[in-house]
Design a protein around this ligand. Structure first.
Ligand SMILES: [Zn+2]
Length: 563
């Protein structure tokens, strides 16, 4: 097919300026304060890229959250972790907006979701209202900002997704204004010998490179000598004007002698691919130092579609006698860019450091199933649990097994199975599989019990053991005393804690009627809102039952008065 000349030109333009396909200035602000970000789109998080922007709410909760356009609520979800209280709105122009970590919803939506919570007798709920059932207008208050779920401080998590692909897109493409004239910050620069005999500065292992800031503002690395196929990586962050937060950068471009070898940017990604972040970062480095190096080359196992341009997968083939000028351009979405120049000289030298490879008796072929008997437990890795083949370090023990360590990324669940034969039968109920974390604390893992076989599924490498929890949860009132008059109280709150396996269920009744307790695990608090008006008599007999993850249960009963 021959295209008329103007359409060729048009296609070229769209590729150059892919941001232009997003509608500008049609969406209202979700908050009526200036947008200052505590998190950017695509920011590197644990096992995922950040799917939206985090808007700071001036250390406060309860700021009105506005629908960014006319639309209909398609989903409301309330969970202890993750997004906490979240609302999803579909707009007629092909986009959905998502608002998360909310304190509460607007009165109409709050009534709608409470009805569902009382029907299901559960704080955690997820509902998908019919199209048109809960319509909202542009700039109408739909909720109030909060700190619910996996949020470590008050902010609004805000997303704009394509309603066709359901992929999140960068919310800053839609014309929202953020004040940012500040360049990204370069923290560290690293070189990677990649091929069998590759070397950088007489070293066959990853090596940190020194760099200095030049008078023109660019960064210049000390010249490196190298041979074979190599790659580079960096760690850094972006800061906005007037904000201390370390946010993620937007785009990374690497050229070699003027030719683009790799370029990626955070325009959009799919939730299905987000875990491949562990192939973009140097995972071993992250496991050891909790610091994320972004690689400028793409591993074979990396399935991310964030790359705009790739040549030799971003790797550099260095030959003896040739010079290479490697340039990294690291930018935020406002185009504030830092330039890093790495001069490379192709030179064969004697190695001062040979390649370090941990060798053990057990070699994992990543695309095959692998299973091991470790005495206390058996471990089974389905095919593609791991990205790469490697020597796995396994330690057998009478009670505890150690399955490598967190320097290797895990893509899907593997199973660990303990035989509980040696434990007295009557103890089985209180036993569970626990992971021993870095600090030596026992972490409950959801344990599937079948006869004497206890199984757990996990994506975390490390030490596992059988643990026993015989202590029931504790329940303590926070804001009231026995036989007290609470007529002017707006809330009833209690502290619930468990010493080991953790809280599994909680429920409360007043005079026998179920009441909604909102659970905030971060503060170990459950709260009843008197606006729900469940108490129908002056004398209110409160009963709270809390169970832990192995079934130890505590009941708390107390009477208060109210009229
Ligand atoms: Zn967020």
């Amino acid at each position: 097919m021959r295209l008329p000349l103007f359409s060729v030109f048009f296609i070229a333009l769209t590729i150059v300026n892919s941001q232009d396909k997003y509608p500008k200035n049609v969406f209202a602000n979700p908050l009526d304060i200036p947008l200052v970000l505590a998190g950017t789109f695509g920011e590197l998080r644990s096992n995922h890229f950040h799917a939206g922007i985090d808007i700071k709410t001036q250390r406060r909760q309860g700021l009105p959250v506005y629908s960014i356009a006319d639309g209909t609520v398609t989903r409301i979800k309330i969970s202890h972790w993750g997004y906490g209280k979240a609302i999803y709105v579909a707009h007629p122009n092909g986009y959905n907006s998502v608002y998360a970590h909310l304190q509460k919803f607007s009165p109409e939506i709050e009534a709608y979701i409470k009805k569902e919570q009382y029907r299901k007798k559960s704080y955690q709920v997820e509902v998908f209202p019919d199209y048109g059932e809960l319509e909202v207008k542009k700039e109408a208050v739909i909720a109030y900002s909060g700190n619910t779920g996996g949020s470590s401080g008050p902010h609004l998590h805000f997303e704009i997704r394509s309603s066709v692909t359901e992929k999140p897109t960068n919310p800053l493409f839609y014309g929202y204004e953020v004040r940012d004239a500040t360049n990204p910050t370069l923290v560290g620069l690293f070189g990677y010998p990649l091929s069998e005999n590759a070397q950088i500065n007489q070293n066959a292992n990853k090596i940190q490179l020194n760099f200095t800031k030049q008078s023109d503002g660019t960064f210049l690395a000390d010249k490196v000598t190298a041979l074979g196929t190599i790659g580079f990586g960096f760690n850094g962050f972006d800061r906005q004007d007037m904000a201390e937060n370390k946010n993620g950068v937007y785009s990374v471009k690497q050229t070699v002698n003027g030719k683009v070898h790799s370029k990626y940017k955070f325009e959009t990604f799919s939730f299905g691919e987000t875990r491949y972040i562990n192939t973009l970062i140097d995972y071993a480095h992250f496991g050891k130092f909790k610091q994320r190096i972004q690689k400028c080359f793409k591993d074979e196992t990396n399935k991310l579609n964030i790359y705009e341009s790739l040549y030799l997968d971003g790797k550099i083939l260095v030959q003896e006698g040739f010079d290479y000028k490697v340039v990294l351009e690291i930018a935020d979405i406002m185009n504030n860019t830092i330039t890093v120049v790495i001069p490379v000289e192709g030179k064969k030298e004697s190695l001062k450091r040979e390649k370090k490879i941990l060798k053990t008796d057990n070699y994992i072929l990543a695309n095959k199933p692998n299973s091991y008997d470790l005495d206390a437990a058996k471990v089974y890795f389905p095919p593609s649990t791991f990205y790469n083949d490697f020597f796995i370090d396994l330690e057998k023990g009478a009670d505890t097994v150690t399955i490598h360590n967190n320097t290797v990324a895990v893509h899907r669940n593997f199973t660990i199975t303990f035989d509980t034969d040696k434990f007295p039968k009557e103890e089985h109920k209180r036993l569970f599989i626990a992971r021993i974390d870095d600090k030596g604390n026992l972490r409950h893992n959801k344990t599937y019990k079948r006869g004497n076989t206890f199984t757990t599924r996990t994506k975390t490498l490390g030490s596992y053991t059988m643990a026993k929890d015989t202590v029931a949860p504790k329940i303590r009132p926070k804001n009231f005393k026995p036989k007290e008059w609470l007529s002017n109280y707006r809330y009833l709150s209690l502290k619930i804690t468990d010493d080991l396996s953790g809280i599994n269920t909680y429920s409360a009744t007043i005079n026998g009627n179920w009441v909604l307790m909102e659970y905030e695990p971060k503060t170990n608090t459950i709260t009843y809102n008197f606006d729900d008006k469940i108490e129908n008599e002056t004398q209110c007999d409160l009963k709270v039952v809390v169970t832990d993850n192995v079934g130890n249960s505590t009941t708390f009963e107390q009477t208060f008065f109210r009229k």
